[in-house]
Design a protein around this ligand. Structure first.
Ligand code: 5GP
Length: 188
């Protein structure tokens, strides 16, 4: 059976383990395109410019918005994040499926630009587990934690608008499910 490259969006609340899931699925699917997003947020310890994100100043971000370089961009928490069209189109042109790990506002914009996109929502097993994971990550101040939890509450309430929902309880099972989901849609 043939496969065709697809555009996938993975969203879910901060602390749900999207990053880990995506990096594990990437190991299984080395041909998956993972475009690097741009952001105005400051790098966390260990993050590398051009690898984790393209870290931009507000002015640089504005200039790129004006030049129409973003497929989508959104204000998430307190910063701006965006997907560069050039990166997505380059992957699709090479015949690679693309996976975007972006927030839900971004997911909705992507669906408008690419109606064929598949939107996947990653859910925590429970609210308490999410709070625990986010706290345990230790990367956020109390204020930033509060903002992320507020966003998380809103996102969980909109999860039904996505095509696929995966609960990240057992990590290995969630990776299997994500991997199978990509397979199913590529063969559709
Ligand atoms: P973080 O600051 O923890 O790296 O990311 C915060 C949020 O921004 C996450 O929910 C992530 O999915 C989202 N995000 C990352 N890149 C993009 C992007 O290019 N566009 C949009 N809309 N959201 C993004």
């Amino acid at each position: 059976m043939g496969r065709s490259p697809r555009l996938f969006v993975v969203s879910g609340p901060a602390g749900v383990g999207k990053g880990t899931l995506v990096s594990l699925v990437r190991k299984r699917r080395p041909n998956l395109g993972l475009p690097v997003s741009a952001t105005t947020r400051s790098p966390r310890i260990g993050e590398v410019n051009g690898v984790s994100y393209h870290f931009l100043t507000d002015q640089e971000f504005d200039d790129r918005v004006k030049r129409g370089e973003f497929l989508e961009w959104a204000r998430v928490h307190t910063n701006r994040y965006g997907t560069l069209k050039s990166e997505v189109d380059a992957c699709l042109a090479r015949g690679q499926s693309v996976l975007l790990e972006i927030d839900m506002q971004g997911g909705i914009s992507v669906r408008k630009a690419y109606p064929n996109a598949v939107l996947i929502f990653i859910e925590p097993p429970s609210w308490d587990v999410l709070v625990e994971r986010l706290r345990g990550r230790g990367t956020e101040s109390e204020e930033s934690l509060a903002v992320r939890l507020q966003t998380a509450k809103r996102e969980l309430g909109q999860a039904h608008t996505y095509d696929v929902r995966i609960v990240n309880d057992d990590l290995q099972e969630a990776v299997d499910e994500l991997d199978r989901t990509l397979d199913t849609y590529e063969r559709e």
